[in-house]
Design a protein around this ligand. Sequence first.
Ligand code: ZN
Length: 163
Amino acid sequence: MSLIIGDKSVVLFHYTLTVDGETVDTSREEGGQPLAYLHGRGNIVPGLEKALLGLKVGDKKAVEVAPGEGYGEHDPRGVQKVPRTQFPTDVEIEEGMMFTAEDEDGVTQVHVKEVGQDYVVVDLNHPLAGETLHFDVEIVEVRAATPVELQHGHVHGPGGHHH
Ligand code: ZN
């Protein structure tokens, strides 16, 4: 009997993520391990999670995920002009740089869009916000989650959390 993916399934799958024909991320590089997630807990983007429902080991699928079901729409308010003085002086700020900033909402990834004489334009959106995501997936393993995994809301062991 082979399990199909549903609520409380632990799933291991290989994936390649492409955006505009360019590979952004893949588990298939040499030595790459499949990604593990707990179905129904929002461990992966909603559009992909929905598309994997009902699949079983060995299934392959090409999944297109719209921004709203992926990393969200690009919010123009996330693009901000910040005085250069707010950045450390010992760091060379360059266009395309990513760094993490901390505020009352927690940690955010900040992406440098433009560097001027005395200002820096940053984008607080997720780097893949507004993008349509193309996933090529292959299901490697499906098993029932353990009670502890259900309690934690994530997978333990290979491809998951170690703690
Ligand atoms: Zn845990």
